[in-house]
Every structure is written in structure tokens, then in C-alpha cells.
Design a binder for this molecule. Structure first.
Ligand SMILES: [Zn+2]
Length: 116
């Protein structure tokens, strides 16, 4: 029987091994600087760094050569910077929109004031 892959939104072509609990290992992708975009299998009972489950862990992909690793790390860093920048600009945009509405309200108030 071909083992079923629990994907979590990932590719489905990797056959998942069973962890020490006897469960089908979960496929995840590493986003760390040391191993960017490298997939691995872990115990499905693990979550984050604190809960390790049975401790089962195996890499799926081979490590990137140093140059490629540096390039991917740089691209990921750059992406984070740009996302942060977009967030900053959106917050400025919201504030400006608030001021625009407020100033329009004030202008309207002053305009109708003269008819009182
Ligand atoms: Zn396990």
C-alpha cells in the first residue's frame, strides 16, 4: 500500500514515512535562514519548537549549495522587508484617509455655518 501524504497545503508527491508513534509524518517547509524552503517530515503530534511529539524528524530535500542558500535567504529577507514596507505605507494611507474625511467634514461644517 502506498503511504498517504498529509500535506498541509504542500506538494503531494513525497511519500510520508511513519514517525515513532506509528502515525504518518507531517510534511513541513523550513523558513529559517539556515534551511530556507527545505522540506522535512515531523511527528504530527509536534507543534512549533516547544512540543516535539515523539521527536521524529527527517529532511526531505537535500541542502542547497552555499551560494543558492545565500540567494534564497536574501530573497526571503528582501520579501519580508518589502511586506513590512507595504504594511507601513498602508497604515500611512489609512491615516491620510482619516484626515481627508475629517477635513472634508470640517469644510462642510464651515460651509453650512454661514446659513445659520
Ligand atoms: Zn510521533
Amino acid at each position: 500500500m502506498k503511504p498517504k501524504v498529509i500535506d498541509g497545503g504542500e506538494e503531494l508527491d513525497v511519500a510520508a514515512p511513519r514517525c515513532f508513534c506509528g502515525k504518518i509524518a507531517r510534511l513541513q517547509t523550513s523558513w529559517t535562514e539556515a534551511n530556507p524552503l527545505r522540506r522535512f517530515h515531523v511527528c504530527p503530534n509536534s507543534s512549533g519548537r516547544r512540543k516535539k511529539g515523539c521527536g521524529f524528524f527527517v529532511w526531505v530535500d537535500v541542502e542547497f549549495p552555499p551560494r543558492e542558500k545565500a540567494l534564497v535567504s536574501w530573497l526571503l529577507r528582501r520579501l519580508k522587508e518589502l511586506e513590512k514596507d507595504v504594511g507601513r505605507r498602508q497604515s500611512i494611507e489609512r491615516k491620510l484617509m482619516g484626515w481627508l474625511i475629517l477635513s472634508w467634514g470640517l469644510a462642510m461644517l464651515l460651509f453650512f455655518w454661514q446659513f445659520l
